[in-house]
Write a protein that binds this ligand. Structure first.
Ligand code: SF4
Ligand code: MG
Length: 337
């Protein structure tokens, strides 16, 4: 059957006073029904813009879809929908969980009302039915005393509970696609684990597909089936979990894996520490965008964009080292070889 989502050569730019920021520079990937796909990369790699563009949530202007296609369920061309059509898709097919629930919850409205709102609008439920369903959803996301909770306001809840409420709201429409953008970054480490357990549990119960955006490879390992690695607005490597964690063929991924805090340390959530900084996306460099930071950069890397070399049916890497005539380089041990 058709994939749930097929993104083809998507390009998204922001027209700013100083010039055009090329945030997403031609990415392609598919997401199958019920699949969990992780998008990883440093901040500024274009992963959030990609997610927000799928939901058509980037402000326009200044952002615009410069080229490419986002085909949902084999028939809906998301890039062509009006805001009104898109509201329907967001209310019925796609849900999104953001990093900071406080910015997406309405502080002046009880959480019961906020969950019920979407149910009434998109599923035509009456007031009491919608509140009943809100209670069920709060149970589903593991909130105790849901009957009392529905009368509370966001500020009366802890950060972890607010995130549970956000998850309940995103699940209200029985979405076939859930996008979670750094869903635990703003939370304490112990609460992070609980929220990830919850998401995994919900995925298994509902069978929804998830795009999980994160800089935490520990979270990826626990939850995703496939991984896209993004750098400077492009996909530089993609593959199944095993391909990326144990057989990566891209120096940027090696860097991410080497700088990932150990799972048993309390440093999870710490930012990557690959030396150097990503390129300026007002004026992306010629050739491989990682060349300035790559210990293996060759002359060709600075001249020509690397092709997407196919490593296997499931795995591809946009790095010249995969060319048959390139020098053989051994990945660092920390990258798993
Ligand atoms: Fe490094 Fe060249 Fe590969 Fe880019 S293409 S990651 S610069 S070796
Ligand atoms: Mg982000």
């Amino acid at each position: 059957s058709a994939p749930l989502l097929k993104v083809n050569d998507l390009q998204v730019s922001f027209k700013m006073f100083a010039g055009e920021v090329q945030a997403v520079r031609g990415i392609s990937f598919t997401l199958n029904k019920g699949e969990v796909l992780a998008i990883v990369g440093e901040s500024g790699s274009g992963k959030s813009v990609t997610a927000q563009t799928i939901m058509r949530l980037t402000p326009s202007p200044p952002s615009y879809i410069k080229a490419g296609s986002i085909l949902f369920d084999g028939k809906t061309e998301v890039t062509k929908l009006t805001e009104k059509q898109m509201q329907k898709v967001r209310g019925e097919e796609m849900g999104m969980i953001f990093q900071d629930p406080m910015t997406s919850l309405n502080p002046t409205m009880t959480i019961g009302k906020q969950i019920a709102e979407g149910l009434r609008k998109h599923q035509g439920l009456g007031k009491s039915e919608a509140l009943e369903r809100a209670v069920e959803l709060l149970k589903l996301v593991g909130m105790s005393n849901p009957e009392e909770r529905i009368g509370q306001y966001p500020h009366e809840l802890s950060g972890g509970m607010r995130q549970r409420v956000m998850i309940a709201i995103s699940l209200a429409c029985n979405p076939r696609l859930l996008i979670a953008d750094e869903p635990t970054t703003a939370l304490d480490v112990t609460i992070q684990a609980q929220i990830m357990d919850l998401l995994r549990d919900i995925q298994q119960k509902t069978g929804t597909a998830i795009i999980l955006i994160t800089h935490d490879l520990g979270v990826v390992a626990e939850m995703a089936q496939r991984v896209l690695v993004m750098y400077a607005g492009k996909v530089v490597e993609q593959g199944e979990l095993n391909d990326i964690f144990y057989h990566s063929r891209h120096p940027y991924t090696w860097g991410l894996l080497s700088s990932t805090p150990r799972l048993d340390s309390d440093r999870s959530g710490e930012l990557y520490s690959i030396p150097g900084t990503p390129p300026d996306l007002y004026a992306p460099p010629k050739g491989c965008a990682f060349a300035a930071r790559c210990p293996h950069a060759m002359k060709i890397c600075r001249e020509r964009d690397p092709e997407h070399f196919s490593i296997s049916d499931t795995h591809s890497s946009a790095c010249w080292l995969n060319h048959p005539d390139a020098p053989k380089v051994t990945p660092p041990m920390a990258a798993g070889g």
